[in-house]
Ligand binder design. Structure first.
Ligand SMILES: Cc1cc2nc3c(=O)[nH]c(=O)nc-3n(C[C@H](O)[C@H](O)[C@H](O)COP(=O)(O)OP(=O)(O)OC[C@H]3O[C@@H](n4cnc5c(N)ncnc54)[C@H](O)[C@@H]3O)c2cc1C
Length: 281
């Protein structure tokens, strides 16, 4: 069992990882090898002390270099579920379970608005994990909503299984498959009583489907970890970055505004120290 599992590889997650490493804690860190799309997107960072006028790309290079120098490794998996039970956390990442005494959520914020019906039909045809649930849709017709190119291998995997994939990426897709139809339309509503039956698009067209996969950069905290307290879609934390679940800490954009690098880095540091104190008690 790990001392800690860090979920999220932006500046908040990196700051937490650097501190846990310094204190020689046994942890695993889930996220993306590219760290965070948001860092790359910043044109010029004007408000980070000591790095005036640095571009997001340059800042990302610095973060990656720091990570490598510190000997940190990211496990490139998406966490889709965290269960808190008996003082332990069971973390599901790409269909494998990992156990830890503590967790740090540094998952950023979900920019996309949830589709109407998404929450109600989660687990009833709506899924956030292709590897976990793909097999359930073998030979079926599915819709896939995707906001990051890094998930396209999951779309390919779904295309191997499903008879037809209606694909709605928010970027230029590289997927070229006979049974995949790429559309620039935007699904806004998922229908179905007991299970998903169709999706309605912004263009007002309704298409029948058996399932809907939502492959996004971040998952709403309450979907990721049931029982966590949120306010206005942000994780509620105290001064130690502790959440309402003992041993679960949070840092960065997911805890609220302002959405800034300096805040994410500072909170990642505090969360790691919260974990260290928690493990010592
Ligand atoms: C265009 C743009 C410009 C910006 N410019 C500035 C600026 O100039 N100055 C400034 O201070 N801030 C700026 N920001 C804000 C800044 O990018 C964010 O505040 C910062 O990146 C937040 O860091 P974070 O660690 O909380 O989350 P993120 O940077 O969002 O990182 C979260 C990471 O965790 C991963 N992740 C999420 N969920 C999971 C999961 N379930 N499993 C595995 N991995 C997961 C995500 O894929 C992502 O890689 C800008 C943002 C944007 C979009």
């Amino acid at each position: 069992m790990y001392d800690c599992i860090i979920i999220g590889s932006g500046p908040g997650g990196l700051s937490a990882a650097l501190n846990l490493k310094t204190y020689r804690k046994d942890f695993i860190w889930f996220g993306s090898k590219d760290l965070s799309d948001k860092v790359m997107k910043a044109e010029k960072i004007a408000n980070y002390p000591g790095l005036p006028e640095m571009s997001g790309t340059k800042f990302l290079e610095r973060l990656q270099a720091h990570m490598e120098n510190a000997g940190l490794e990211i496990t490139e998996k998406t966490v889709t579920n965290v269960v808190y039970s008996g003082g332990r956390f069971m973390v599901l990442a790409d269909n494998e379970f990992y156990e830890a005494k503590t967790v740090i959520l540094a998952i950023g914020v979900v920019a996309a608005k949830l589709m109407e019906g998404e929450e109600r039909l989660l687990g009833k045809g709506v899924s956030y994990c292709a590897t976990c649930d793909g097999m359930l849709y073998a030979g079926k017709r599915i819709a896939v909503v995707c906001n990051a190119p890094k998930f396209e291998h999951e779309v390919e995997y779904l295309a191997d299984l499903a008879s037809e994939v209606l694909y709605y990426p928010t970027f230029e897709s590289r997927v070229e498959r006979e049974n995949v139809t790429i559309s620039r339309d935007v699904p806004t509503k998922i229908q179905g009583e007991k299970r998903v039956t169709s999706v309605t698009l912004q263009s007002k067209t309704t298409v029948p489907v058996d399932g809907v996969f939502c492959l996004r950069n971040a998952i709403v905290p309450t979907k990721l970890i049931p029982g966590i307290r949120v306010e206005d879609a942000h994780v509620v934390v105290d001064r130690q970055m502790a959440t309402n679940l003992p041993g679960c800490f949070a840092a960065g954009d997911c805890t609220g505004r302002p959405y800034q690098f300096a805040k994410a880095v500072g909170e990642g540091n505090v969360a790691a120290h919260g974990v260290i104190s928690f493990l010592a008690t």
